[in-house]
Design a protein around this ligand. Structure first.
Ligand code: NIG
Ligand code: FE
Length: 399
């Protein structure tokens, strides 16, 4: 079954220069007056609308823009309960602290599978309706062997990009025994979770895990066959980025407080396909009233930058990649092209995926149609529901 998507005002492809899907996304690239053909769930043709081949069915975009689906490379969706009172207190002046995570841990442990599954389904539906076609999902609100194993198994029902985050915080029952908790995370908990996960993550921050602890968690995960990523430099300067680069992590996430040495380490961590991406999460700064990360400094140094939501009930409860793009443009001074690239191709780099984040020939047919003629509308019309249709593996849905 083939589909011709035609009369596209602007087709953002992020296609690699030689259009080889195997090498993943290239730089920002777009065509005007374009068409695209999907065949067997893949991009089969792109080019000027007037030269498009015939297909089994056609969709007329009436001048709307078509972009690769968003790749949201950082989300915490397996949880129960909510923390709106904490948010309201924060807006009244109480600072965000890592300890708030424990209240979600208590609610999550107490919730039956069906409650967690329903919440996960609601949030993934929300994401798809806002153009997200690939998402990463972490555990981290269970913090016992069975609760973490349950979280990664539930996450694996909705995405292949599952991350084991047993090292989110030390749970209350291990308050006086950090070493005991780390042994649990790096031992039986990892053994139980690794079969359902692709990634291991650790919250490297004051109030969570220090550099040595974080490095030990990543090393144990790597030895168990998992790829590595990290929460780093969110609440203050710290060692997280250096731990990430030393471990060869695919991504260091947050990057709100970076030293020059951190920026240098990210910039020299390797080529985009194997280096460490800086994943910025501007919804967190919006929701915690922290300063935004310095995206221009990272981009000037040549660091690969991704944008993601960090959707979670504490530090940032948005599932909206369009909001993150708008914040990146308005608050972090990214250009509209940089922000859209980082929310699509950058996310793919952060997940070491070459098949998504771009619309080169042979890429997965993950795309969205906007109610607006160009990608700029995502930032130009903030908070307006602009997504008219989404294709995931070639399957169309309308929000
Ligand atoms: O990425 N930083 C650690 N974890 C989440 C927050 C989780 C929570 O507050 O519940 C984050 O911001
Ligand atoms: Fe997070």
């Amino acid at each position: 079954m083939s589909t011709l998507i035609t009369n596209i005002g602007e087709l953002v492809t992020n296609a690699a220069p030689d259009d080889d899907p195997g090498q993943g996304p290239g730089p920002f690239a777009a065509l005007t007056g374009a068409a695209l053909v999907i065949d067997e769930g893949r991009v089969a043709w792109t080019g000027p609308a007037g030269q498009a081949p015939a297909a089994d069915e056609a969709v007329d975009c009436r001048g709307g823009a078509v972009l690769p689906g968003f790749v949201d490379s950082h989300a915490h969706l397996v949880f129960a309960g909510e923390r709106s009172a904490e948010f309201a207190a924060r807006m009244a002046g109480t600072p965000y602290q890592a300890g708030g995570i424990r209240s979600t841990v208590a609610a999550t442990r107490a919730a039956p599978d069906e409650v967690l599954r329903a919440n996960l389904a609601r949030l993934t539906r929300e994401m798809l309706a806002q153009g997200t076609t690939t998402l990463e999902c972490k555990s981290g609100y269970g913090l016992t062997v069975p609760d973490e194993a349950r979280a990664v198994a539930l996450a694996a029902e909705v995405t292949p990009e599952v991350t084991f985050l047993g090292a989110h915080v030390v749970p209350p029952e291990y308050e006086g025994d950090r070493a005991g908790y780390l042994d649990l995370v790096c031992g039986p908990m990892l053994t139980a979770c690794a079969p359902h996960a692709r990634w291991v993550d650790v919250f490297c921050e004051r109030g969570a895990f220090d550099a040595d602890e974080a490095a030990a968690v990543l090393a144990a995960g790597h030895a168990a066959g998992l790829l590595t990523r990290i929460h780093a430099n969110q609440l203050g300067p710290g060692p997280g980025v250096q731990v990430a680069v030393t471990a060869g992590a695919a991504s260091a996430d947050h990057c709100t407080y970076l030293s020059d040495a951190d920026v240098d380490a990210l910039a020299s961590s390797g080529p985009p396909s194997s280096g460490t991406v800086a994943t910025l999460l501007p919804g967190v700064e919006f929701s915690t009233r922290q300063p935004y990360p310095d995206a221009r400094r990272l981009l000037a140094a040549g660091v690969t930058v991704a944008l993601a939501t960090d959707c979670n009930p504490g530090s940032c409860f948005t599932s909206s990649m369009p909001l993150c793009v708008a914040l990146a443009v308005r608050e972090m001074r990214m250009t509209t092209q940089e922000a859209v690239w980082s929310a699509t191709a950058g996310g793919a780099r952060a997940l070491r995926r070459s098949d998504v984040g771009h619309l080169s020939l042979g890429a997965r047919a993950d795309l969205m149609l906007l109610d607006g003629p160009s990608h700029t509308y995502l930032a130009y019309r903030p908070a307006v529901p602009l997504i008219r249709a989404v294709w995931q593996g070639g399957q169309m849905s309308r929000p």
